[in-house]
Design a protein around this ligand. Structure first.
Ligand code: DGL
Length: 274
């Protein structure tokens, strides 16, 4: 039993999709979330810069006495070296491993699609793992850089069909080749993509399984905490949010990713001090 908080971080607020899943699975846990809103996006940056940022994000969470760290960010999870993660003083979990395993389990025809930021696709993180897990797998990988700004600008809003129309056009532009490749499983390899799940699902068709890394990672984290005897022993936990830009727009954006935003303090920190 361990009542210290779980540390979660992301390049911005998209990682709150991970917090939402953790809240459902582990309601008794305290969560410390860091969103690097002052330096988002990470997905278009070089591996060196992403690594430097990720190290600071991890150092901040460690300074808050967390019992484990979850990188909710697809881009960080794809680039943070496993050897470095293994040397951290607390268990570290990214989203790539769990999602790749889920996709390997789900595929029937061994054709898997992967979408993510430019940095995630360039890293080939999913490809490397999937090739180990599924012999003879055919992978179709596609960066979708416009999905993040579309989600953040509210172009998924069901009450605004004309905005959704724009998003549908972009989805068709990015995913036509993926659909034509005949994939039966598609990994939504970025924090923001679960918000496009319905529209992506409509485009890809019912026969395609969509893998949501936030969900699978939350499941893995739950299992890991149980196996190591690190679960908290309380009914309901709290969440404390930290950001690196002014927190003004936090509540509005948090609502988008968290579903039912339950509150919790939001503080700004100077991440470059870590
Ligand atoms: N959180 C990032 C990811 O999941 C998307 C936003 C960004 O590019 O920083 O890859």
């Amino acid at each position: 039993m361990d009542n210290r908080p779980i540390g979660v971080f992301d390049s911005g607020l998209g990682g709150l999709t991970g917090v939402r899943e953790l809240r459902k699975r582990l309601p008794g846990e305290d969560i410390i979330y860091f969103g690097d809103t002052g330096r988002v996006p990470y997905g278009s940056r070089s591996p060196e810069t992403i690594l430097q940022y990720a190290r600071q994000d991890v150092a901040f969470l460690l300074s808050r006495n967390v019992k484990c760290i979850m990188a909710a960010c697809g881009t960080v999870s794809s680039t943070y070296p496993a050897a470095e993660a293994a040397r951290l003083p607390v268990p570290y979990l990214g989203v790539v491993d769990a999602a790749a395993r889920e996709a390997a389990f789900a595929t029937r025809n061994r054709r898997i699609g992967v979408i993510g930021t430019a940095a995630t696709i360039r890293s080939r993180s999913y490809e490397k793992l999937l090739r180990q897990l599924v012999p003879g797998v055919e992978i179709t990988a596609q960066p979708c850089p416009l999905f993040v700004p579309l989600v953040e600008a509210g172009y998924v809003d069901h009450s605004a069909p004309e905005k959704q129309q724009v998003t549908r056009l972009v989805i068709a532009q990015y995913l036509t080749a993926v659909r034509e490749a005949g994939v039966d499983t598609l990994i939504l390899g970025c924090t923001h993509y679960p918000l496009l799940k319905t529209m992506i699902g409509e485009f890809m068709g019912d026969q395609v399984t969509l893998v949501d890394p936030a969900k699978t990672a939350a499941h893995h984290l739950e299992r890991m905490l149980s196996q190591r005897g690190l679960r908290a022993n309380r009914e309901s936990g709290t969440a404390h949010f930290y950001v690196s830009d002014v927190p003004d727009s936090f509540v509005q954006t948090a609502d988008l990713f968290l579903g039912e935003y339950k509150g919790g303090p939001v503080d700004q920190i100077a991440i470059d001090k870590y």
